[in-house]
Design a protein around this ligand. Sequence first.
Ligand code: UT7
Length: 365
Amino acid sequence: MPYRETSVTVAGLGSAVPDRILTNGDLERMVDTSDEWIVERTGIRQRRVAAPHEATSDLALAASRKALSDAGMDPADLDLIIVGTVTPDMPFPSTACLLQAALGARRAAAMDLGAACTGFIYGLAAAEGFLASGRFRTVLVVGAETLSRITDYEDRSTCVLFGDGAGAAVVRRATSVGGGLLSVYLAADGRGAGILRLPAGGSRRPADADTVASRQHFIRMDGREVFRFAVRAMVSAVKESLRRAGLRVADVDLFIPHQANTRIIDTAVRMLGIPPARVFHTIEAYGNISSASIPVSLDEARRRGRLRPGDTVLLVAFGAGLTYGGAVLRWEAAVPGASAAGEGGAAGSPSGTDSNPQERTQSMT
Ligand code: UT7
């Protein structure tokens, strides 16, 4: 039985990235790397980096304002704000509360959600649950990151990968039969927590002079292990999300995977038999922006005319935790603001490119 009765829909989308571009050429001057290595091993050509005065909530605010305007809604209409992030402005108060104040969303409850790169899909699932309960009518789901703040620009194995940005979606009850969120699937495997982490700055290892000197406040990652997990997780999440929606790979018009590495995407897509032309990429322009990766890509796909009313879209992500998951959406109608196609990429910056785990699960149903 397809997962349908409590479906919700995306009523508006928005995204924002900082103006500053960090190219592979720039990184060649910072660490022992090359444009050729980065492009061949990751598919990334450039990424956006926040200015010193820009924090995660600033990017979230810009994306959220666009999403609200796209939905034709006012901040006062929001009942709940969920921000997925691993780079909050500070440990507390939550970035969602800072965003609530900045937006003037005075009726909205607000909370952050920690599911790393799967944060937007976890946020969608949480929104779906709150909407299904009848408690709320309108939820703002945001994925926002300033990964440049926790990236070690002396470590060539990680610094080439990450960027900054934010994407937001206004989520409401589905308005038409057959539209909206057709399925959602969440999973986690905490046994893999050690392969992708920020070692210090929490209760296990509070910040002190030693943690700073030994660079423990930056992302640490076993890239090869994450790569292996990522392929398994994507394949598993795609299959389970489709099964729950009662659909097959051939039914999907557009696949929007988490943008971590083109080779991860290509490998999973090949294993699943997904036609490459149906896979949407933004990694070349933005790198890996963790929880913002999916909503920024969804917004770009819509603005570039890759999402048409009635299209079936599959979102799939994996990340630290380890977490992974997927969601299937039926794109309901031309969203107000879709005419903005051609205005450029997220936040008016150059658009991205159009080039083109295991079975132990913790599901929400
Ligand atoms: O959102 C989830 C976050 N993370 C990910 O998804 C990351 C998943 N993993 C990956 O994307 C890939 O593992 C990386 C891109 C991180 C690395 O690619 P790889 O093909 O797995 O390379 P590797 O780690 O096996 O390293 C191969 C070589 C090594 O040199 P030796 O030991 O063979 O001499 C590395 O030292 O490449 C070297 N290397 C680099 N060379 C030039 C590592 N980073 C760089 C670099 N430039 N930036």
